[in-house]
Design a protein around this ligand. Sequence first.
Ligand code: HEC
Length: 193
Amino acid sequence: MIADGNAGTYGVRVKTNSLSMLSKVIVRIVFTLTPWKSDDPLGGMMKIVVAVLALAFMTAPLALAQQEIDQMTSVWEGVFTEAQANRGQAVYDGACGLCHGRRLNGAPDDPDMRSTPPLARAKFLREWEGRSLAVLFEYTRATMPENNPGSLTDAEFVDVIAYMLSVSGMPAADEELQPDPQSLARSVIQQQP
Ligand code: HEC
């Protein structure tokens, strides 16, 4: 249902896991390949060289992952402005409310219409936990409004996302959310502050 392949915390977490897996494999290789009880002093030397090389190999990508994590911002840290959320509300009411409901809870305004997923609060946040705003942005702009995808501008989509976050209880701050996939990729959706 939701497009994956994101660059958020989620991705970093997976990467870190596979890195620790990788380090286990390397340690195993070092231990099997190098002679532990060798009469040859070069054997011991070789063991150290291989271990140092393996360590360098392992820590380079780890440092990179740590840098990526440092750049991540939670959506609770103030990623949109109040004015932006207000603009988003106007767009939402015109383009999304019909299906996702005035309260963003997935109960359509027209009772004859089928229900849709909620776009704010606990259930929505649980569904999107750990994904970045870039994933939400790409999904939304590719598929929504379901009856007319592509009818809104990128700026309108980030405004609507700001409104969705605001209704979910996230605080506004003084910088607008930008319709730029790279900066959106650094904001991670989390259920709790
Ligand atoms: C014509 C009805 C309709 C309109 C209008 C509409 N949507 Fe949707 N939306 C849906 C349906 C139906 C789904 C569920 C799609 C699925 O599960 O494959 C959905 C799913 C979503 C999701 C994924 C939610 C989740 O957690 O799975 C998001 C985000 C979303 N819509 C955002 C928007 C936004 C933003 C707008 C306005 C720009 C909008 N939609 C307008 C019908 C609509």
